[in-house]
Design a protein around this ligand. Sequence first.
Ligand SMILES: Nc1nc2c(c(=O)[nH]1)N[C@H]1C(S)=C(S)[C@@H](COP(=O)(O)O)O[C@H]1N2
Ligand SMILES: [Mo]
Length: 316
Amino acid sequence: MTTPEWLFLTRRRFLTLTALATLGMASSACGRRLIPGAATKDELGDPVTPITKFTSYGNYYEFTRSKVGIADYAGGFAPPDWTLRIDGLVRSPLTLGLDELRDFGIEERVYRLRCIECWSMVIPWHGVPLRKLLAEAEPLPEARFVRFESLYDPERLAGQRPHAYEPTPPPGEPHMGASVREPYQWPYVEGLRIDEAWNDLVLVVVGAYGKPLPVVAGAPLRIVVPWKYGFKSPKLVARIELVNTMPTSFWMTAMPAEHGFYANVNPDVPHPRWSQAREVRYLGRDPEPVIATLKFNGYAAQVAHLYEGMDLAEDF
Ligand SMILES: Nc1nc2c(c(=O)[nH]1)N[C@H]1C(S)=C(S)[C@@H](COP(=O)(O)O)O[C@H]1N2
Ligand SMILES: [Mo]
């Protein structure tokens, strides 16, 4: 049997196409045939995910638990006039409108985004490295962590209303899991250690695919941390606070056994309910390829030094 032509376009870590069932996640393997976007690739040569997939699939619990329905649920949402606040343990608190943020200089970064649920995309983001905003805000010496806080607005964000998700997820929908502690504690919170936050990879994102950020991807502003599982890349971020204790994130509260603070992508540390060694890469193929997951999502050269001496299974 000959190898499909597109396999030659990808790297050797693209495995056989039959391994989907062994992941036990066939429901997330959307088999729709999509036209790939422009031939943009990441630094490893991985092709960019088609924009149609990017805007129609993902996790956004402020609106829904349905990964395939997020465009329908989030589509009508109009983000309010936006300001990003950077405060807490800083010498110079900042309040930035989107135009002021753009004045820091927008860069394009093509990053892999790898969800803890074993699917991934390659996305061309547009944004400002967080380190530039931190330099402007001047963290005080006692600042040890950065806390990201998303919008809290139950009027507009149906998932934040009381009883939004009770008693059960919609029938047949994939769900983060049975052990979730409901109700969810809003707003969505995430965090980084301050040395992680200074890493050049961390991007404050306002666009993707050459366009303003779509609502489903967290418009008008989100954070992207490409070497960590996707839940560490919060959408709809309104506040960045410098603090001196480790923030407890949304998912650490909801499912503490399954979500740690670090959440570095790591094929060697399995999730309590599944292996993290492989992922479905969304390319708009039918079927989508299953590929080997890379340590730190392929960014080890830039970030491995941050975790020297740490036990990554313990600090998962
Ligand atoms: N505010 C907020 N941010 C969020 C989420 C969310 O539900 N709410 N989901 C996270 C998860 S689990 C993933 S995998 C990514 C998905 O990003 P994408 O939809 O742009 O691919 O967003 C993350 N950021
Ligand atoms: Mo995720």
